[in-house]
Design a protein around this ligand. Sequence first.
Ligand code: HH2
Length: 283
Amino acid sequence: MSRSWGFDLRKRPLIMGVLNVTPDSFSDGGQFFSVSEALARADQMRAEGADIIDVGGESTRPGAEPVLEDEELRRVIPVVGDLARRGFRVSIDTMKPAVASAALAAGAQIVNDVSGFRNPEMSAIAARHQAATCLMHMQGKPRTMQAEAEYADVVSEVRDYLRQQAEEAIAAGVPQEEIVLDPGIGFGKTLGHNIDLLKAIPQMKALGFPVLIGVSRKSFIGRLLGSSADPRPVEERLHGTLAVQVLAQAWGADVLRVHDVRAATDARAMVHALIASEDRIEA
Ligand code: HH2
């Protein structure tokens, strides 16, 4: 299979289902930590309509401790290999070149790097495999990023960073038509920054690349539904998540990264039916 995002000609956003093979992810840590639990979860997400499964072995939640390379490999490679053999479109969520490389060799199609290829080895690996990529903006590192969330103009800083990372990746030989950009909602951003970036999806798209948005169950939703001191718990953020995903789709997001696949595909279908042009509906 070619290494591509496989964009839908009907122009609906792709749904990327989150598969965290971790003990400590912020909303589902420990739930899919064994290979068999992870595979069962992937099967369920595919049955619910996920277009891509995003496999991650290191939590990037604020404050998370880094995971050693061997441990990350041990968590994700058996899962990636099994899913790829069974025809899933798999993305590998990692910042580590060795993990990206092993996952691509095991059949992953897409490298999803929350640091946006800060490590130039990532571009070299993606170029060697001619892989599809998601380049995300993150300020700082997960362990400390929320303490460092400061920008003069968040939209232009994030946009300039993404443009620069995309240019560097292309210069290194990463296929341009397979690059997707992501403003990195919740990664070194305050509540206000997240809102500004979501409203700026059309400006991000103006860079000429598809845009991925990941808001599922994130803390800014908990804080908007409750308060900063008393946020809505993570398992009660689905309705808020869907509202944001609906708007992101209407504003032009091309990929939505979600935990609740059935809810997301239903919402996607409704938005598509209501706002798509007629030729798209018939396509
Ligand atoms: N968010 C998370 C992880 N990876 N990748 C992209 N491209 N965009 C995102 O917004 C994004 C991402 C964080 O969510 P989750 O995987 O559920 O949590 P954790 O990092 O704790 O495993």
